[in-house]
Design a protein around this ligand. Structure first.
Ligand SMILES: *[C@@H]1O[C@H](CO)[C@@H](O)[C@H](O)[C@H]1NC(C)=O
Ligand SMILES: *[C@@H]1O[C@H](CO)[C@@H](O)[C@H](O)[C@H]1NC(C)=O
Ligand SMILES: *[C@@H]1O[C@H](CO)[C@@H](O)[C@H](O)[C@H]1NC(C)=O
Ligand SMILES: *[C@@H]1O[C@H](CO)[C@@H](O)[C@H](O)[C@H]1NC(C)=O
Ligand SMILES: *[C@@H]1O[C@H](CO)[C@@H](O)[C@H](O)[C@H]1NC(C)=O
Ligand SMILES: *[C@@H]1O[C@H](CO)[C@@H](O)[C@H](O)[C@H]1NC(C)=O
Ligand SMILES: *[C@@H]1O[C@H](CO)[C@@H](O)[C@H](O)[C@H]1NC(C)=O
Ligand SMILES: *[C@@H]1O[C@H](CO)[C@@H](O)[C@H](O)[C@H]1NC(C)=O
Ligand SMILES: *[C@@H]1O[C@H](CO)[C@@H](O)[C@H](O)[C@H]1NC(C)=O
Ligand SMILES: [Cu+2]
Length: 622
């Protein structure tokens, strides 16, 4: 009897604690001027921008009705870092877990907030859209006290900003005339959605600052004059407090930090946010690399001067120790080894590859294929198509993702549906040496209690190893969180525990979801080729462009492109990327492609395909 009462009380209290948040939002264009320099259309909710910070408690139910109010664009919403355990179809990435929401339609995101707490964010997972502003913080609070003391909590977003929209930037980025895949150069950094922002503080107060990089491209260094950060959380995982002068935050990462203010209010201080300039292909003279934001103790104080540091000596997150200790998982049952490369395909465009595959969207969202499949073939990778880079992992397997980065740039990788243990991060080798692949027989000891998070960077020409348990049946996207690189195809798809997924009634597609697919003009019950009858027939599936013709090299493209630019397009199209000086661009391109500049100048261009498309371009531009 006692036990019964106890159970009843427990059950009752759980019931009482669960709140349902029902939100209605219409996404659409709003005019705004975030950096104070340029007014443009941004992607907002309900005719306002920025988007609201959403707050929930663990165990709550979220019912977010998202109406697509864009006249010409599809939309979706991803809750970054949330496990969506049992609700994989609510994860958000277009063509991975759901059909795109067409203009005028409403999709219900309905899920239980998992047993997770901390700092998350939500953003559109439709091509480039979140970079236009459709993103904000998502906070999961806890009834239990947090394992550190503070007086006030504050959210702070950082990110870069472009004056041009994704619609304007993307076609120029994924273009024959951008053969090295040089990412567009941002116009400014934003600090809490304004340029050179102000954080108003009270004296003698410990703030719990939840920092989110909501950007689409660059990592930032954050550092303050005469104040320090005590890191207590990374990506929703509490860690042993670690005091540092500087944080390095990639896109999509979160840092929960404590900042204690001074007793005295007579001075305001600089809160610096700086570009990681290694990530910029060119640095226009006008770009403000170090941004001086203000920690304001009083509006009467003078504006702070730029605060200089000797070097960017930041906290290495590899060494952070989670408070909730989780020992290094056992030896992997399944090793997924991928190599990152950027290269041109036969259409001249620069793509990103995991091994030799650049992610190409299927005709039916991958999760929907898994749910509609006959259980007998649900674990057959073929049905998901050869170009979605789908990899089946078995339920409860320990999985390692070994990622060897041959590229000369850093990349922040994100896995949906999980936090993983970061068990190895190699150092880069110099540009003129060849990167080495990770070797299980020759590496530093893995940490006993590795740091866990959902987004980590790999250094240039280096490697990382991520380890996780496949305890969350679903279809989970693994991709670079530099949106430009995702647009170039730097993604793969994990089909996790397909049999369990396929058999779980909670995962069944909602009627609303089916309806959205129909409205989007696609099947909700087909294979990657949209074939609803025979899942093993992939005829008509989407595939990547053909490789460059044999004997034709990337440097040929460069030579051709520069002669075309000079001849037909003039300097204007280069100036667009802030590349006002052709010679400098060529030098950088030559370095990126590891070729001699003289070689580039003398290269004979002989590809018909390239000639054809450039002729076409000539016609178009006439
Ligand atoms: C957003 O706008 C819709 C109508 O488009 C309205 O029903 C809803 O209440 C608004 N949401 C909020 C949070 O104001
Ligand atoms: C929206 O999605 C549909 C279905 O996939 C597609 O045909 C259409 O091109 C998309 N619209 C845009 C603007 O991308
Ligand atoms: C959300 O999902 C829960 C659990 O499946 C269900 O009981 C509820 O009816 C759904 N909400 C709506 C509005 O459909
Ligand atoms: C950032 O903006 C949010 C939303 O307006 C606000 O709640 C928060 O206090 C701001 N953060 C800082 C550091 O000023
Ligand atoms: C600062 O706060 C602490 C704790 O709240 C208090 O003991 C102390 O007197 C305060 N100092 C000043 C100068 O206000
Ligand atoms: C940016 O800050 C760094 C570190 O303080 C400094 O070395 C560098 O000169 C600054 N760059 C500019 C353009 O101000
Ligand atoms: C703090 O971080 C440094 C690396 O920057 C590491 O050496 C140290 O062990 C960490 N300490 C704790 C308590 O996490
Ligand atoms: C990648 O390489 C594998 C093995 O060599 C081959 O079977 C596959 O067709 C290639 N894929 C593409 C897209 O080139
Ligand atoms: C998902 O839920 C199952 C129980 O339904 C649990 O065993 C598993 O640990 C959960 N996975 C995650 C990632 O929360
Ligand atoms: Cu990347």
């Amino acid at each position: 009897m006692k036990l019964f009462i106890f159970l009843l009380a427990l059950f009752g209290s759980t019931l009482a604690a669960q709140t349902t948040h029902t939100w209605y939002y219409t996404a659409g264009w709003v005019t705004a001027n975030p950096d104070g320099e340029f007014e443009r259309e941004v992607a907002g909710f309900n005719n306002t921008w920025p988007l609201p910070i959403l707050r929930v408690k663990k165990g709550d139910r979220v019912q977010l009705y998202l109406t697509n109010g864009f006249p010409h664009h599809n939309t979706t919403l991803h809750f970054h870092g949330l496990f969506q355990n049992g609700s994989a179809q609510m994860d958000g990435p277009e063509m991975v877990t759901q059909c795109p929401i067409p203009p005028g339609e409403t999709f219900l995101y309905n899920f239980t907030v998992p047993d997770q707490v901390g700092t998350y964010w939500y953003h559109s997972h439709t091509q480039g859209q979140y970079g236009d502003g459709m993103r904000a913080a998502f906070i999961i609070e806890d009834d239990e006290p947090v394992p550190f003391e503070y007086d006030e909590e504050v959210v702070l977003t950082v990110g870069e900003w472009y004056h041009e929209t994704s619609d304007q930037l993307l076609p120029k980025f994924l273009d024959l005339y951008n053969p090295t895949g040089a990412e567009p150069i941002p116009d400014n950094l934003l600090f809490n959605d304004t340029h050179n922002g102000v954080w108003e503080v009270k004296p003698n107060t410990t703030y719990f600052l939840r920092i989110v990089n909501v950007g689409r491209f660059v990592s930032q260094y954050l550092y303050m004059d005469d104040h320090d950060f005590t890191v207590v959380e990374v990506d929703g995982i509490y860690v042993k407090p670690n005091v540092t002068d500087m944080i390095y935050i990639t896109t999509a990462q979160r840092y929960g930090v404590l900042v204690t203010t001074k007793d005295d209010t007579s001075k305001n201080y600089a809160f610096m946010s700086a570009f990681d300039t290694d990530m910029l292909d060119v640095i226009p003279k006008t770009l403000e690399l170090n941004n001086t934001n203000t920690i304001s103790y009083s509006p009467d104080n003078a504006k702070p001067e730029e605060f200089f540091v000797d070097d960017y000596d930041y906290l290495d997150d590899f060494y952070l120790e989670p408070l909730e200790k989780e020992a290094l998982l056992d030896e992997p049952d399944h090793i997924i080894e991928v190599t990152v490369e950027m290269n041109n395909l036969g259409n001249g465009v620069n793509y990103a590859f995991f091994n030799n595959i650049t992610y190409t969207k299927p005709k039916t969202p991958t999760l929907l294929t898994a749910l509609a499949s006959d259980p007998e073939i649900v674990a057959n990778e073929l049905i998901y198509g050869t170009n979605t880079h789908s990899i089946v992992v078995q339920h409860m397997d320990t999985v390692d993702i070994v990622l060897n980065n041959l590229d000369t740039g850093k990349h922040p990788f994100h896995l949906h549906g999980h936090v993983f243990q970061l068990i190895h991060r190699g150092d880069s080798v110099p540009d003129d040496e060849s990167p080495v692949a990770f070797d299980y027989d020759d590496h530093p000891d893995f940490p006993a209690y590795p740091v866990r998070r959902d987004t980590v960077y790999v250094k240039e020409q280096s490697n990382i190893v991520l380890r996780f348990r496949a305890d969350n049946p679903g279809v989970w996207f693994f991709h670079c969180h530099i949106e430009w690189h995702l647009d170039q195809g730097l993604a793969l798809t994990l089909i996790e525990a397909p049999e369990q997924l396929n058999a779980d009634p909670r995962q069944k597609l909602t009627e609303n979801h089916k309806d959205i697919c129909t409205k989007a003009g696609m099947s909700w019950n087909g294979n990657a080729a949209g074939n609803t009858k025979n899942f093993l027939d992939l005829t008509g599936q989407n595939v990547q462009h053909k490789p460059l013709p044999a004997g034709f090299t990337a440097r040929g493209i460069v030579a051709l492109v520069f002669s075309c630019i000079a001849a037909f397009l003039g300097l204007a199209s280069i100036a667009y990327y802030g590349m006002s000086d052709i010679a400098d661009v060529e030098a950088r391109v030559a370095r990126d492609l590891d070729v001699d500049l003289l070689d580039v100048d003398n290269e004979q261009v002989d590809s018909e395909i390239i000639e054809e498309s450039s002729n076409e371009r000539r016609k178009n531009s006439l």
